[in-house]
Design a protein around this ligand. Structure first.
Ligand code: ADP
Ligand code: MG
Length: 148
């Protein structure tokens, strides 16, 4: 992760701003970066991911991969995989879908519900993107990196 994103809080008033934040964030990503997205259902995690993937030039639609658990975006300028841990029943489920291999793949990993299992699946160096608010509320987005 390039040091463009110092710890910061954003106030996001609509889904377009959330997409723009994702787009801006994408410009500081590097191969192998892991983003852990946290926020309740409807917080805007997928909206933010859509902005990131747009910024990386992927034309594969970024839908919430709730049923597939993972959606790969090999056409992005940095190969990316988008996960949703919401439906994982156990950490074993993650291991059986090859989570360890993804961690070593050098792909950018975008993970919705990254706080499942107390965040124990997420590697050191994860960039945490915490969204609060849902429904019609203004969202607050906090980005936290190790050592900051
Ligand atoms: N400020 C906002 N930021 C992001 N999404 C918003 C905002 N206000 C309303 N929304 C709506 O909230 C929903 C967020 O959906 P989604 O991104 O799929 O959430 P999640 O992936 O966190 O469950 C969208 O329907 C979007 O239009
Ligand atoms: Mg989602």
């Amino acid at each position: 992760m390039k040091k463009i994103f110092s710890p910061h809080n954003w106030e996001i008033k609509n889904e377009e701003q959330m997409r723009q934040l994702g787009y801006a964030l994408s410009q500081s990503l590097e191969a192998g970066d892991v983003l852990g997205l946290v926020g309740e259902l409807g917080a805007g995690k997928t909206r933010l991911v859509q902005g990131v993937l747009q910024g990386l030039g992927s034309e594969i639609p970024a839908v919430s991969p709730t049923f597939a658990l993972v959606q790969e975006h090999p056409d992005a300028s940095l190969p990316t995989a988008h996960f949703d841990f919401y439906r994982l029943r156990s950490t074993d489920d993650a291991l059986s879908m090859g989570w360890q291999d993804y961690l070593h793949s050098g792909m950018v990993l975008l993970v919705e519900w990254a706080d499942r299992f107390d965040g124990s699946l997420m590697p050191p160096g994860t960039v945490w993107v915490v969204i609060t608010g849902s429904g019609e509320e203004v969202r607050r987005v906090k980005i936290k990196m190790e050592g900051c």
